[in-house]
Write a protein that binds this ligand. Structure first.
Ligand code: NAD
Length: 438
């Protein structure tokens, strides 16, 4: 099967780099998004997300004449769906006292519906959006059947999870191993051929539901392991231990690899995807459920740590450094750092946040500083929430000359406590109640 033209539905962090990469490898791509502003931005030759290397790749895709953006799909050899699958904002499920979040599949439904008028015999449809188990079979197949064509017989249908790391998406798209789950072996084979266009990592064929489970298992594994690290940070705090020291010692065991605690788990994937498994089978997922709860409540533990450092928070001025959900990205979705700021404000603190990757973000009730200097100038305390490289590189001596703050709280173990102390600061870290200051 030869793929000459594809439609990529959803042009966000996954869809746009994917579309750009296909275009760079000789395929004609129509990128589709329902957001008119995004389409206009792209058709002006600009991009709407921050991802290293993407601007250059996108500009050359446009210049090659192989990329265009539109609000509706058109006929193509293959359709890739990369639309969001968040959880529902106000609806919850419950089972035996567990209250859990529910997947919001509306974008997948409408993306699949948008393909129906253009689907032809011999096409391939690939769902890339992270989805609950059996979505491809139980949700997508019936929608595409409205075309009058039968999935697996008249056209190919596959699920292929995306596991790229924001910040390194363009490299990882090409180098990572990719799983392709077909609803038939022929569908998996068609997916294999499509992604062979550029994937240099291994491409492994399986069935669609296994591929869906693989993605959810990967992120759930991370979430559960971060939860235990976060729980250790709380225990260390209670027992006068420095969790960072304890973890580094425990990890000397050849078969132990404890992850880092932090202010919580955010982003569009790890804090969301485990809920898909809980929703699908709450009676089978108590560990996954409780891990989610631990990570979702970790911002409260950060607030406790700030209180330990500052006493009452009422009227205290805090400079919050970083609102992204992880280092060196501009993605603020589900960010635990933003949750920490809201909780501090709830306790009466006056918080100024500085997020270098998105200084103008509209963060619903959070005061965004235009620069670092503004955030720290009149602060009582500097609270580090994200391990951005540029924060890591800050010099305590220089900061001392720019701030009234005397107290540092590091929630990500990014800074050398001794360097800050020798520049006149008190230094606190989460999960460390051992050292004199912390
Ligand atoms: N961002 C990541 O690092 C990452 C990694 C792995 C998997 N994923 C998964 O990939 C999927 C996409 O994530 P993302 O981060 O690219 O999302 P995103 O929000 O950045 O982009 C999705 C785009 O889809 C558009 N859209 C929504 N409904 C549409 C429709 N019916 N038709 C056309 N466009 C539509 C939105 O306007 C948006 O521009 C999600 O399921 C996510 O869980 C994301």
């Amino acid at each position: 099967m030869k793929f000459q033209k594809i439609c990529v539905i959803g042009l966000g962090y996954i869809g746009l780099p994917t579309a750009t990469t296909f275009a760079a490898h000789g395929i004609e791509v129509t990128g589709v998004d329902i957001n008119q502003n995004i389409i206009e931005t792209l058709n002006r030759g600009e991009i709407h997300i921050h991802e290293p290397g993407l601007r250059d790749g996108f500009v050359s895709a446009v210049q090659s004449g192989r990329f265009k953006a539109a609000t509706k799909p058109e006929e193509a050899d293959a359709f890739i769906i990369a639309v969001p699958t968040p959880f529902q904002e106000n609806e919850y499920g419950s089972h035996n006292g567990m209250t859990y979040k529910l997947a919001d599949m509306r974008a997948v439904i409408s993306a699949a519906e948008s393909i129906v008028p253009f689907l032809k015999k011999g096409n391939l449809v690939v769902l890339e959006s992270t989805s609950p188990p059996r979505t491809t079979l139980d949700l997508v197949v019936p929608i595409l059947a409205r075309s009058g064509l039968e999935a697996g017989r008249d056209f190919h249908l596959a699920y292929s999870p995306e596991r790229v790391l924001p910040g390194q998406i363009l490299r990882e798209l090409i180098e990572n191993a990719r799983v392709i789950g077909g609803i038939t072996p022929e569908s998996a084979e068609a997916g294999y051929e499509l992604y062979s266009t550029f994937v240099k990592g291994k491409i492994i064929k399986t069935d669609a539901t296994t591929a869906e489970m693989v993605k959810l298992m990967e992120n759930t594994y991370r979430d559960v392991n971060i939860a235990i690290a976060n729980e250790f940070s709380r225990l260390a705090n209670k027992f006068g231990v420095d969790v960072w020291e304890a973890i580094s010692l425990a990890n000397l065991h050849p078969r132990v690899k404890i992850l880092n605690p932090g202010p919580g788990v955010g982003g569009h994937c790890i804090s969301v995807d485990p809920w898909f498994l809980v929703e699908a089978a709450p009676e089978l997922t108590p560990l996954i459920y409780h891990s989610r709860r631990v990570n979702d409540t970790q911002p409260h533990f950060v607030v406790e740590t700030v209180k330990r450092a500052l006493g009452s928070l009422n009227g205290k001025r805090i400079a919050a450094l970083g609102l992204a959900y992880k280092p060196d990205v501009d993605d603020l979705r589900e960010s635990p750092a933003a949750e920490v700021v809201h909780l501090l404000q709830h306790e009466g603190a006056q918080v100024k946040a500085w997020e270098p990757f998105k200084p103008n973000a509209n963060m619903n009730g959070i005061h965004m500083s235009p620069n670092l200097e503004d955030a720290i100038r009149d602060a009582d305390s500097i609270l580090l929430l994200v391990r951005h490289t540029e924060f890591k590189q800050l010099s305590p001596r220089e900061i001392a000359g720019k701030t009234s703050a005397k107290i540092i709280v590091d929630t990500v173990n990014s800074w050398e406590g001794e360097a800050w102390k020798s520049s006149g600061f008190e230094f606190f870290r989460i999960g460390d109640s051992k050292s004199p200051n912390s």
